[in-house]
Each structure stands twice: as structure tokens, then as C-alpha cells.
Write a protein that binds this ligand. Structure first.
Ligand SMILES: *[C@@H]1O[C@H](CO)[C@@H](O)[C@H](O)[C@H]1NC(C)=O
Ligand SMILES: *[C@@H]1O[C@H](CO)[C@@H](O)[C@H](O)[C@H]1NC(C)=O
Length: 279
């Protein structure tokens, strides 16, 4: 849209860029006229006796440069869906639009900033011009949510809290600590809430295949079939949430051990029993 104006501006100027050559239609003489300043246009070209007559641009029209246009340009930029006006149309500038918060422009469209999936964190926040940049969480960090703003978080330090590691953290979830005493101490009281939570945490984040996780969920919820799909990390989160929900109703320990056996997850059942002294 600036092409015609740029062409005019690109013509050789004589001495100063604020003048232009013009042939008077009446006398056929070549004249050097003054250009009009930004915000105005040429109402009348100069004559032998008169300077160029410049006028202000009407509403919704502009000229950005020293010019000899006979009409101002129309502010032809219209802000579309998902855009906001960041520069109003005035006598010297066209309207300027930009993608609204949470969107970036790509091929003339405003697309929503991507979310980084679990296991990935935001390395660079999206801008109106650039999408979010995600990176896999490095060792010692995790991200359990799908987010366009959250970076990876460091795993918590159980020792610092005077607790022990119950479940090692990975890219998808935090380290889970417990004060349900370490192995070999007699701090553990079966049925104790801390220990019950610790057992839930322990079981939920074992390397249980998705198929078996679904089976467990089915057994514990007494539902015919789990339709939820997703990655194992997502399934583990769901399973963990389910167990925590069940626990809030009534003690879930026994039921969980029974479910593990029904799902033929004998070694996990055994580990849970040993670890939490549920003999
Ligand atoms: C010279 O320009 C003025 C306005 O700048 C205008 O009023 C006048 O009519 C013009 N004179 C001639 C001879 O064109
Ligand atoms: C027109 O808008 C531009 C860009 O926002 C600004 O720099 C300029 O001062 C404005 N001019 C007037 C007359 O308001």
C-alpha cells in the first residue's frame, strides 16, 4: 500500500527533499514546488505566482511523509478478530493492529499461544509476534500441567523438610515426600493418614501399564469401563486423583491392595505391603 508513495518519494529531489518538479498546465513551464508536510496533501500545485497549497487530511485519512499527493490515504487497516488497536488512525499514521493477549500473529492470523504439554515447560513466553517456546524439563525439574506460562519447576527436597522420598520425581511429576517413617524405623502406624497418602502416592506412580491403570480404576470405581485416554503420565495423575478422592471418603488401603491383586499387579502389591508394613 505504500508502494506508490515510496515511488514518488524516490524520485530525485533537487537540493532538498521538501520540493518536487511540476509542469504548470497553463504556461507549460517546469516549476519547483514545495511538498506538503505529513498530515496534509496538495490541494493545488504551485504556480508561477503561488506556493503549493496544502490542506489538512480529512478524518480517517493520513499522509505519513512530505508529499505531493492530491488526496490523503484512507486509514485502511481494520483490526480483525483477536486483534486490538495499538495505534489509532490520525493525520500522519495509519491504524496499527496487533494480536490480543494470549495470541500471536502468523500468516496474517492471530493464533492462540501454544501450551507446553506435561513434561515440558515454557522457556520463552509468547508475544503478539511469536509463539510460546517450550523445552523438555531437564533432570531435577518437572511440569505436570499443560500451560502456556508455566516453566518447569524444581523437584522438592524432602530432606530439607525433614521427610523422606516416597516417590522419585520425574519430568511429569514432583518428588513426593512423606513423614511416614523411612524403612526400618518403627514410626509407621498403619491407618495413619500420612501413611495412607504415602501408599497412594507410591502405588499411583509405579510403572503400571496404561491398560492396568484402567483396570484398577475400573475395579475401584465399580464402573464397567474407563473411557479416558491419554499418556501414562496423564493416566497416573487421574488415578492418583481418584485414590485421593476415595481416601477422603473412607480408608482406601485395603481396597487398593485388593484391587492390585485382582489386576494381577502382585509385585506392586507386595512392595506396598512391605514398605508400609501392611501385613
Ligand atoms: C494563491 O493561493 C491562495 C491560497 O494559498 C489562493 O487564495 C489564491 O487564489 C491563489 N492565487 C492564484 C493566482 O492562484
Ligand atoms: C499520530 O500517531 C503517531 C503514532 O502513534 C504519533 O507519533 C503522533 O504523534 C500522532 N499525531 C498526532 C497529531 O496525534
Amino acid at each position: 500500500m505504500f508502494a506508490p508513495l515510496l515511488l514518488l518519494l524516490a524520485r530525485p529531489s533537487y537540493g532538498t527533499q521538501h520540493v518536487y518538479q511540476w509542469r504548470d498546465a497553463v504556461t507549460n513551464k517546469q516549476l519547483t514546488c514545495q511538498r506538503c508536510p505529513p498530515g496534509t496533501f496538495v490541494l493545488q500545485h504551485c504556480t508561477e505566482n503561488n506556493q503549493t497549497w496544502c490542506e489538512h487530511c480529512p478524518d480517517l485519512h493520513y499522509t505519513q511523509y512530505w508529499n505531493y499527493l492530491e488526496k490523503c490515504r484512507y486509514c485502511n487497516v481494520i483490526c480483525g478478530e483477536k486483534q486490538v488497536e495499538v495505534q489509532q488512525c490520525n493525520a500522519t499514521h495509519n491504524r496499527v493492529c496487533q494480536c490480543q493477549d494470549g495470541y500471536y500473529s502468523e500468516m496474517e492470523f492471530c493464533n492462540r499461544h501454544s501450551k507446553c504439554p506435561p513434561g515440558f515447560g515454557v522457556e520463552k513466553l509468547g508475544t503478539p509476534f511469536e509463539n510460546t517456546q517450550c523445552g523438555a524439563c531437564p533432570r531435577g525439574f518437572f511440569s505436570s500441567s499443560s500451560s502456556s506460562t508455566e516453566p518447569c519447576q524444581p523437584h522438592q527436597d524432602c530432606e530439607q523438610q525433614g521427610k523422606v522420598v516416597n516417590v522419585e520425581g520425574n519430568r511429569y511429576h514432583d518428588t513426593l515426600c512423606t513423614s511416614c517413617g523411612p524403612m526400618g524405623t518403627d514410626h509407621r502406624i498403619p491407618g495413619d493418614d500420612d501413611c495412607e497418602q504415602a501408599m497412594i502416592d507410591f502405588v499411583a506412580y509405579q510403572n503400571i501399564p496404561i491398560r492396568k491403570l484402567k483396570r484398577l480404576q475400573q475395579i475401584l470405581e465399580h464402573t464397567p469401563r474407563m473411557q479416558a485416554e491419554g499418556t501414562r503420565a496423564a493416566m497416573q495423575e487421574k488415578f492418583h486423583a481418584l485414590l485421593t478422592r476415595l481416601k477422603d471418603g473412607s480408608p482406601v488401603t485395603k481396597e487398593l491392595l485388593r484391587a492390585l491383586r485382582t489386576a494381577r499387579l502382585y509385585s506392586i502389591e507386595e512392595q506396598a505391603r512391605e514398605r508400609f508394613l501392611l501385613r
